[in-house]
Design a protein. Structure first.
Length: 250
């Protein structure tokens, strides 16, 4: 007897109001989220339970965007003449309407124990600025390509333990730092400002560009990346430690 397994993405999974232009964007996020997880599961690298994190991550994110879109729609579609007059007066006067923060991921394959500093960026989109390598200048993704990216303010290889290095190697993670010796050139100072403003020294960015973990100190990476190894690798036949896998859907 066969069991049917179905995963819905895009417009088959959610109906987005048009007011923020997030319908197709949400579908692209769904596809990006699911693509790397399916690749890992179908290649035998990760356990099938990794797919449980798809709905855990995407459903609340899309729900938040639907609510935001509805609120934006109320601004433009109001039928109350007085509310419309106040709105037009504010816009014509150059007043910026209040804008809530854009939602990020809150559950799933994310750092499980961020401190108060790290929690401000975990689950948000990773930083993307221009860097220079050799004579070429381009956005970082041009050099790094797809996959996992460990982006660091300075060279922190001295702080990474053997387990962390094995996990990063198995995931083929690209590492870039902006230290004085051997680092990439932060052309516009984008990454310098990012690390200063967030108070962190490194972020590990997932293949769908969301931040899996952040580190206030270099040593903080080891525990989080060891957790990632248990989530993605151990039950997929690639053991990285002697500890049991953590349930990613918890």
């Amino acid at each position: 007897m066969y069991s049917l397994k179905v995963l819905f993405i895009g417009d088959s999974a959610h109906v987005m109001p048009p007011f923020m232009g997030q319908g197709m964007c949400s579908g692209i996020r769904d596809a990006s989220n699911l693509a790397w997880k399916l690749n890992y599961v179908l290649s035998g690298m990760s356990p099938e339970s990794l797919l449980d994190s798809y709905c855990v991550e995407r459903k609340p994110h899309v729900a938040d965007l639907i609510r935001l879109s509805m609120e934006v729609g109320r601004i433009s579609c109001t039928t109350d003449p007085e509310i419309a007059r106040q709105r037009d007066e504010a816009l014509l006067g150059g007043k910026k309407l209040p804008s809530p923060p854009f939602p990020g991921l809150v559950h799933g394959v994310l750092m499980s124990d961020p401190n108060s500093v790290e929690a401000t960026v975990v689950g948000s989109l990773g930083p993307q600025g221009r860097i220079q390598r050799g004579d070429e200048i381009a956005l970082a993704d041009h050099f790094l390509g797809a996959g996992w990216h460990l982006i660091c303010a300075d060279d922190i290889s001295y702080a990474l333990d053997s387990c962390t290095k094995r996990v990063l190697d198995r995931l083929d993670a690209k590492i870039v730092h902006f230290g004085a010796s051997g680092g990439a050139v932060d052309v516009d100072g984008f990454y310098r400002r990012y690390f200063q403003e967030t108070g962190i020294v490194a972020v590990l960015v997932r293949p769908d560009f969301y931040i899996y973990c952040a580190a206030e100190t270099p040593e903080r990476l080891n525990g989080s990346i060891a957790d990632l190894g248990r989530i993605l690798l151990e039950s997929g036949g690639h053991e990285v430690s002697g500890r049991r896998q953590r349930n990613v859907a918890a």
